[in-house]
Design a protein around this ligand. Structure first.
Ligand code: LLP
Length: 452
């Protein structure tokens, strides 16, 4: 082998080893002797952070597109609409990216509905409205815009919608969100499908609600919906839930209801602790679990994925302010905090953290070589609960170095707050070698604007 061929072979195998979150986030060398540097698509994240400051959310446009396509492929054989769950990431440009791939939306508030309509004024016919506490103003906005479906979660809500629709002389298409009493393996705060949770209506009660709805001339019974929770990686739970839904669809049709839609909700989990299997394979297994129970029913399927579309498409960049040791306990104090990324504090969630620049001489497999240490990664907020990682083994890093917190595209920026009068981070979208700010960094002035 020539020298050039050898080095090409080496760089090919290195490239394979250095993918952090395939395929959007990977390490590259900017020169043969330069340290490994984290890239998003073809954009150098070190350079981006130097230029725009930290903390900084960075999203890969390609990753969002690829994940939407994977869903489309997995469900291509059945009539379906992908209704991206806006709550996962509602930044306008992210919604534009999703709309650009022809997806619809799942909203849970008038605010989310306004965001979607701002981005795509004529998208109402592919919007579903979920949530246990829709108020009358929100119902009015949704009725006037002509959304596809209201997912109803209680008898009182059904009556409020009927009254509002009558007043506006509109007809509301409805599905009852049933609570299938199926347990899903996930964090208790984000599991929703058991009868002790506030969500949905038990199946026997749902049947009575359908009968009541059918008598209302301003309501149109159109579907059955279900959502059993979020970050579910065992697809068997989806199958259990959809089996109950399929049974209900048959019963409702026997009772004369025109059930066109089944809304299977969202909830497909992502591998936070490893790169896991390819997404296409994961979503294919999910599609099988959802579709098998519905076979032969001739329905239009609605899906409400959020996390699995945008989660792995985003990282949060943060800079190490200080190193600190209390007795033998090590801390990296970084400039991102629980107000920027709440998931570790709220759910004890694990997010992989990697250096943006890595000086290790070699790399093998998914692990970067070099000295490591066990440390907490904490923010500047005055709370013991303000941590991004605890007892984490990381390469030894210095003050001023940058870290990337992975898989933060979903439930990252949206759960942000101004606690400690910290401005919310800027957000950027990467498309190949191009990048642009899609949300400016919030200033103290922005924060005080509404106060008197
Ligand atoms: N549809 C409904 C009715 C939902 O309640 C949710 C999420 C989704 C769809 C989207 O689920 P996904 O595909 O994203 O799992 N803040 C938590 C997650 C809360 C999820 C709430 N509902 C977290 O950071 O893990």
């Amino acid at each position: 082998m020539t020298g050039a061929a050898k080095s090409a072979a080496r760089s090919k195998s290195e490239a394979k080893a250095k993918i952090v979150r395939a395929p959007a986030f990977a390490y590259r060398r900017t020169a043969a002797t330069a340290p490994l540097t984290l890239f998003c698509e073809k954009t150098n994240l070190q350079a981006l952070a130097e230029r725009h400051g930290t903390p900084l959310y960075v999203y890969s446009s390609g990753a969002i597109r690829d994940r939407l396509h994977a869903y489309e492929r997995a469900f291509r054989l059945v009539p379906h609409t992908l209704c991206y769950s806006v709550k996962a990431n509602s930044t306008l440009e992210i919604l534009r990216q999703v709309a650009g791939q022809k997806a619809g939306f799942d909203v849970v508030s008038g605010g989310e509905l306004e965001r979607v309509l701002r981005v795509k004024p004529r998208s109402a016919t592919s919007i579903v409205f979920s949530g246990v506490g829709k108020n009358v103003q929100e119902m009015e906005l949704a009725l006037k815009s002509g959304i596809l479906l209201f997912n109803i979660e209680s008898a009182s809500e059904l009556r409020a919608l009927a009254t509002t629709a009558r007043r506006l002389k509109k007809k509301a298409s409805i599905a009852i969100r049933v609570n299938p009493d199926v347990s899903a393996v996930t964090h208790p705060y984000i599991s929703t499908g058991l009868h002790q949770h506030k969500f949905g209506v038990p199946i026997p009660e749902a049947q009575m609600l359908y009968a009541e709805a059918a008598k209302e001339s301003n309501l149109k019974v159109s579907g059955v919906s279900v959502h059993i929770g979020s970050q579910i990686t065992d697809v068997g739970s989806f199958k259990d839930a959809l089996e109950r839904v399929a049974e209900l669809v048959r019963e409702l049709r026997r009772a004369g209801h025109d059930i066109r839609y089944v809304d299977a909700g969202g909830g497909l989990g992502i591998p936070y602790q490893s790169t896991g299997e390819p997404f296409a394979k994961q979503v294919a297994a999910y599609a099988k679990a959802v579709l098998e129970p519905l076979r032969g029913l001739d329905i239009h399927l609605l899906l409400e994925p959020g996390r699995s579309i945008v989660g792995p498409a985003g990282v949060l960049l943060t800079r190490i302010l200080y190193r600190k040791t209390n007795n033998s306990k090590r801390f990296l104090i970084v400039d991102a905090a629980m107000n920027d990324l709440l998931r570790p504090s709220l759910y004890g969630a694990h997010h992989e953290i990697v250096p943006v620049k890595h000086f290790g001489a070699r790399s093998s497999g998914q692990t970067l070589s070099g000295d490591t240490e066990v440390t907490d990664v904490v923010g500047p907020i005055c709370e013991t609960g303000d941590f991004l990682a605890r007892d984490r083994e990381l390469p030894v890093m210095q003050e001023g170095d940058l870290l990337a917190i992975l898989d933060t595209g979903a439930y990252g920026s949206v759960l942000g707050s101004n606690y400690n009068t910290r401005g919310r981070p800027a957000e950027m979208l990467v498309e190949g070698a191009r990048s642009r700010i899609i949300r400016r960094r919030e200033s103290v002035r922005d924060q005080m604007r509404l106060e008197v």
